[in-house]
Design a protein around this ligand. Structure first.
Ligand SMILES: [Zn+2]
Length: 208
């Protein structure tokens, strides 16, 4: 989100093809060899490899693809004082308790948009994708640009989403103490479609 960088043409460290990128991108995807890279803030200018996957597109052809981070998540609830009942939503899902949403996935993960969105919308999208956990397909030779959030940003957003969603719940959260361990981030391509007034995600129709 910092402006004012000079645009430097980037080549793919794996195959040498030019990488498609927008001005503030911190994550890159090579459409030629299907390799993903993130800018490593500690090692200045170095591009570190990241694993990439694409969400399985629905039948509607995608107009384009947007970058998300998939953060494997292990959630441990240390203490939670609330007026009522079951863990639901994110906590139930990621805490492995099953919650109201049914079986917890074997490999719980947060799915967080890596592109710019207003924070409330970003949380909505993150929660929907995290809870629904769309199936993954093959890596495609599609552009994945506009990724301005680093995996570190995504981790902060994951905590924020967790707390925001819990606080909104009807049983009135009084106290929550949790430990969230996040694993190695993967870059995820998510399809969008054109819609009235802009673009929507191709799976749930959320405006992006
Ligand atoms: Zn390449």
């Amino acid at each position: 989100m910092s402006g004012g960088f000079a645009l430097v043409p980037l080549d793919c460290p794996a195959c040498g093809a030019p990488l498609a990128a927008e001005a503030d991108d911190v994550v890159f995807y090579c459409t030629a060899c299907a390799s993903g890279f993130r800018h490593e803030p500690e090692a200045s200018r170095a591009l570190a490899p990241v694993e990439v996957a694409f969400v399985l597109a629905p039948t509607t052809p995608a107009a384009g693809w947007l970058p998300f981070w998939l953060l494997p998540a292990r959630l441990e609830i240390v203490r939670r004082d609330a007026a009522g009942g079951l863990l639901s939503g994110l906590l139930g899902l990621l805490g492995g308790g099953g919650g109201e949403e049914g079986e917890a996935p074997a490999d719980p993960a947060f799915l967080i948009p890596a592109f710019e969105l207003p924070i409330a919308r970003l949380v909505d999208v993150a929660v929907r994708y995290t809870v629904e956990r769309p199936r993954l397909g093959e890596r495609l030779g599609e552009r994945l640009t506009g990724g301005v959030h680093s995996p570190e940003d995504a981790a902060k957003l994951a905590h924020y989403a967790l707390i925001t969603v819990e606080a909104k719940k009807r049983d009135m959260l009084r106290d929550l103490d949790y430990r969230l361990e996040l694993g190695t981030p993967r870059l995820l391509g998510v399809p969008w479609v054109a819609a009235e007034g802009g673009r929507r995600d191709a799976l749930f129709g959320i405006p992006l």
